[in-house]
Design a protein around this ligand. Sequence first.
Ligand SMILES: [Zn+2]
Length: 69
Amino acid sequence: MTAAPLAEAPVSHRLTALDRCDACGAQAYIAAEVGGSELLYCAHHGRKFEEKLRAVATNWHDETAKLQD
Ligand SMILES: [Zn+2]
């Protein structure tokens, strides 16, 4: 038996209607981990802050694809 290779993390849909944008309070679709804490943003603010956030974020989680379902 060989160890299974590390699986690619599936695109998870872990944000719920209870997760709210830190900027406006709308439902969050983007989560950015910055300095060990997680910032949540709606699609609008996620896009607005994406360039700056990605420069400092250690993790970027985007569920905006759900909006196109
Ligand atoms: Zn927002």
